[in-house]
Design a protein around this ligand. Structure first.
Ligand code: IMP
Length: 196
């Protein structure tokens, strides 16, 4: 079964394809020349639905989309859906991390989680899309450590491991991350729904 994957990020598409295997084929939306939908909503779920519907509408194919970010408890869930542009519309990872560390200051409650929401739908008006959410709980470190991964990985401390996500190899991170877990659950849900 074929799906358009509503992302233009090649490493995301590759990671998702590796987990979904041969049974569910993903074609990146960039292969159709589709530009990304605007993520205008205030929840991850709504943004994932917007992206999936947009890609499905423009290709006529079933679609899968994800939306993810970092939520910090004491900041009321910020940076949340604004994770990629926390310190402004043109911001980069380093600037976003700087802003986050500044906002937290000497705060001792540094609990946070990464979240990944995935949506799969048959067509833009599908009344019963698959929706699922996976979290990765951790804490915000007081300084950046490690140069692997992307985004907030260097300041995301993993309890028990005493390392940041920025210090994990790609396969170590995928085995425990919000995105890795969400994709594995998606595989199970798709297999159940399209078993015949
Ligand atoms: P998107 O779902 O790819 O749009 O991710 C939004 C933003 O959330 C990214 O630009 C990162 O800032 C942050 N983010 C999401 N997942 C991760 C992760 O696994 N590590 C670090 N940052 C992440």
């Amino acid at each position: 079964m074929k799906f358009v994957f509503a992302s233009s990020n090649p490493s995301k598409t590759r990671e998702a394809s590796e987990i979904l295997g041969d049974k569910f084929e993903l074609i990146s939306q960039s292969d159709f020349g589709i530009t990304a939908a605007e993520e205008i909503a205030s929840t991850f779920l709504e943004n994932a639905l917007i992206k999936a519907r947009h890609a499905s509408f423009l290709t006529g194919l079933p679609a899968i989309a994800d939306d993810s970010g970092l939520c910090v408890d004491i900041l009321g869930g910020a940076p949340g859906v604004k994770s990629a542009r926390y310190s402004g519309s043109q911001s980069n990872d380093e600037q976003n991390i700087r802003k986050l560390l500044d906002e937290l200051g000497y705060q001792t409650n540094r609990k946070a989680f990464f979240v990944c929401v995935i949506v799969a739908l048959n067509h833009p008006d599908d009344p019963t899309p698959i929706t699922l959410e996976s979290r990765w709980e951790g804490e915000i470190a007081t300084k950046a450590l490690g140069n692997k991964g992307f985004g907030y990985d260097p300041v995301f401390l993993i309890p028990g491991l005493n390392r940041t996500a920025g210090q994990l190899a790609r396969n170590e991170k995928n085995a425990i991350s919000h995105r890795g877990k969400a994709l594995k659950r998606l595989m199970e849900e798709l297999s159940e729904r399209y078993s015949s």
